[in-house]
Design a binder for this molecule. Structure first.
Ligand SMILES: Nc1ncnc2c1ncn2[C@@H]1O[C@H](COP(=O)(O)OP(=O)(O)OP(=O)(O)O)[C@@H](O)[C@H]1O
Ligand SMILES: [Mg+2]
Length: 389
């Protein structure tokens, strides 16, 4: 019987790894403590069952001596933390630097981050259980949970809250100001000034409403409850609605807009409010990421049975290495993070377009500009019938 604690039963490398100077007989002897004095054959089969069970568990499990030296692990631990040779005999704190040693009274629950066997950064939650096999012997079992997804969702949620608060602060200040002026200076305002104050308040509340719509759409797209109600809708109507939303941004930057659209009555099969949301998001992007005095173009063409709508700008373009996550929620190109926005516009546009059976894409060249296109089902019918508007 060795005089130090040994691997917990079944906690062995599942890859046929032979432990130097250690035999399964020793392991078998050491599980005797909780095998209730079974006969050797029964004990061996009991131990084999334990091993099979632990190998089947997809949760990484590592056992150590009371000094924190690793004596056993299952296949899931190898997949997460590295090869058996890298694990066996190493101090637990070299493998899980944030973990407490078995004798450390600070607590049995630990959380931390590390690079896994493939180099990916993972967030881990580790719980430690001490097994007392007798007054002199004992071992610790560390059960490791990969909580990266959960941590990522939490990070995104925090980031969203921060960004939304940041996005709301500006418009709310403008609204506060407008109300203050109307309250204290109403008598002194000329008719023209009054219209200006009211106009700015209206534009601002529209901006808040657009942000709110984006958040609601993002929420329902993400949860899978997003439903559109497509019906024949005049393309020009969608374009006009979207331009109205983007106009304040374009006017503030002295940008002009040009249209190259099919005949006025052409219709698409679309949910007008959501189609407007796609196009206004693309137009606002084209405006806020492009220089002052530049030109934004909206081009639409029928291709087969789809309408392809393109928003083209003369902005800085997006470098190839930053294009990968563009249609993901909260993704923002690093250089642009000072510009207002929460990183939802393109993700929402993709969700809406795909819900209509269309597709969306981006062509961009650094120094030249960006062209974002999307397709919606085209309808062949004319809009002469006012009921379809
Ligand atoms: N036309 C464009 N030109 C250059 N960069 C763009 C353009 N459109 C989008 N981007 C980049 O892609 C990122 C993602 O765009 P997206 O519309 O999803 O989010 P946002 O504009 O940052 O915020 P939001 O649309 O939610 O207000 C932007 O932050 C910006 O860096
Ligand atoms: Mg945007």
């Amino acid at each position: 019987m060795p005089d130090e604690p040994a691997p917990a039963a079944g906690l062995v490398a599942g890859s046929g790894f032979a432990l130097p100077g250690q035999s399964w007989v020793e392991d078998a002897a050491l599980v005797d403590g909780f095998s209730n004095g079974l006969a050797p054959e029964a004990l061996a089969s009991e131990e084999a069952r334990h091993r099979a069970l632990l190998a089947a568990i997809r949760t990484p499990i590592v056992s150590t001596t009371m000094d924190g030296r690793i004596t056993g692990f299952n296949g899931a631990a190898v997949a997460l933390l590295g090869s058996p040779a890298r694990l066996y005999g190493r101090p637990i704190r070299e493998v899980l630097p944030f973990a407490h040693d078995p004798r450390d009274p600070s607590g049995a629950e630990m959380q931390g981050r590390l690079a896994d066997a493939t180099g990916r950064t993972v967030d881990l939650d580790v719980s430690r259980t001490l097994l007392h096999d007798g007054p002199e012997r004992g071992s610790a079992v560390y059960v490791v949970h990969d909580i990266s997804r959960h941590a990522e969702v939490n990070r995104l949620r925090e980031q969203l809250l921060y960004n939304v608060a940041h996005e709301l602060r500006g418009p709310l200040m403008v609204l506060d100001n407008a109300l203050e002026i109307l309250d204290t200076e109403y008598e002194a305002l000329t008719a023209q000034e009054f219209v200006q104050v009211l106009g700015s308040a209206r534009r601002t509340s529209r901006r808040i409403r657009t942000l709110m719509e984006d958040l609601l759409s993002a929420g329902s797209i993400q949860s899978g409850h997003f439903v559109v109600a497509p019906r024949p809708t005049v393309l020009k109507g969608i374009v006009d609605d979207a331009v109205e939303i983007a106009r304040p941004s374009m006017e503030a930057r002295q940008q002009s807009i040009q249209f190259d659209l099919p005949s006025a009555g052409r219709t698409v099969l679309a949910d007008r409010r959501y189609a407007r949301q796609v196009l206004s998001n693309l137009l606002v992007n084209a405006s806020k990421y492009s220089p002052e005095d530049s030109v934004i173009r909206v081009i639409a063409r029928t291709i087969g049975n789809m309408m392809r709508i393109v928003v083209e700008d003369q902005g800085p373009g997006i470098p190839p290495e930053q294009q990968a996550g563009l249609f993901e929620r909260f993704y923002r190109v690093r250089a642009d993070t000072d510009a207002p926005g929460v990183g939802l516009g393109l993700a929402i546009a993709k969700g809406i377009v795909e819900a209509h059976g269309g597709s969306i894409g981006i062509e961009t060249e650094v120094g030249t500009g960006t062209r974002v296109w999307f397709t919606l089902p085209a309808t062949r019918r004319s809009s002469a019938d006012p009921a379809r508007r």
